[in-house]
Design a protein around this ligand. Structure first.
Ligand SMILES: [Mn+2]
Length: 286
């Protein structure tokens, strides 16, 4: 019987003594187009069970830090604010126990709960977002907590750096101008070079929460998202950037959201799982 947890780890590495706590949040309530994000966490965990645990880039075995997988946080579909609050309370609980939380989505709106929890603990918190969309609308579909508004709610709490952006509404562009937001790295400017790395990292404070909407990656490699956009980040491009971020900043926790799995193509599920594992490796590499 294969252990049913992230990485299919034996008890010694998956108990509550682990440093990393994986919090699956299969919440999907405000998604506007392609559905299926509620199945994202399960698909990532399933894929992770078939993943090799040695990392050749780091020459290490990231699971040795211990990875504990929690039960999915079940939340009613029609109550996004409740979902955000539940994520906040759960994350707060684990950071107070000195765990490193990894939130698996689910739709992007849940990231707000994690950011609220970290903001309480780290006054200087900033948020690094990988995404095709800037998610800066004030409200959408009559809700201020729609997944298209998540970064607007977050920027009300702390500074943000946005990477991979290539899909916006004019109201978001006006907001960016009005607030003089400087740290938006458009896909069109960054896809073929690394010159932006230092500037992007320079926009972050020392304690950083990382939120990865998988549609930040190119749909040729990550088609399993509700709102795919052409011209996204590459696998190695993203990893190279993240590795530099981890070498210069203290990442306090992260999420990977918006995986809408397609049972006819499991490669994106494996990619999402591997991304989570890579990031755990960057965090805990000796
Ligand atoms: Mn997005």
């Amino acid at each position: 019987m294969i252990p049913d947890n992230f990485g299919a780890l034996e008890k010694g590495f998956s108990s509550t003594n682990a440093k990393v706590f994986v919090l699956p949040v299969g919440y999907e309530g405000t998604v506007t187009y392609g559905k299926g994000a509620s199945k994202g966490p399960k698909a990532m965990i399933e894929a992770s069970k078939n993943m090799e645990l040695y990392d050749e880039e780091l020459d290490s075995e990231p699971y040795l830090a211990g990875i504990h997988t929690l039960n999915d946080l079940s939340v009613k579909k029609d109550n996004v604010e409740k979902a955000i609050e539940k994520v906040e309370n759960s994350v707060k609980n684990w950071i107070n126990k000195n765990k490193f939380p990894v939130v698996l989505g689910g739709e992007h709106s849940i990231s707000l709960g994690a950011v609220r929890a970290f903001k309480e603990k780290f006054n200087d918190l900033s948020v690094l977002q990988i995404d095709a969309h800037s998610d800066l609308r004030d409200s959408y579909d009559k809700s201020k907590f729609n997944h298209a508004c998540v970064m607007r709610r977050i920027v009300e709490l702390c500074p943000i750096v946005q990477v991979g952006i290539r899909s916006q509404d004019i109201s978001e562009v006006e907001f960016i101008k009005e607030k003089k937001l400087k740290n938006i790295f458009y896909a069109k400017d960054i896809y073929d070079n690394d010159r932006w790395f230092d500037k992007a990292i320079g926009g972050l404070s020392s304690n950083v929460y990382l939120t990865i909407d998988l549609d930040g990656l190119d749909p040729s490699i990550m088609p399993s998202t509700g709102t795919p956009e052409p011209g996204g980040l590459s696998w190695y491009g993203l990893l190279k950037f993240l590795r530099k971020v981890f070498s210069e900043k203290n990442i306090v926790g992260f999420d990977v959201v918006e995986l809408a799995p397609n049972k006819n193509n499991v490669a994106p599920d494996f990619m999402a799982a591997k991304l989570v594992y890579k990031i755990i490796g960057y965090k805990f590499k000796k």
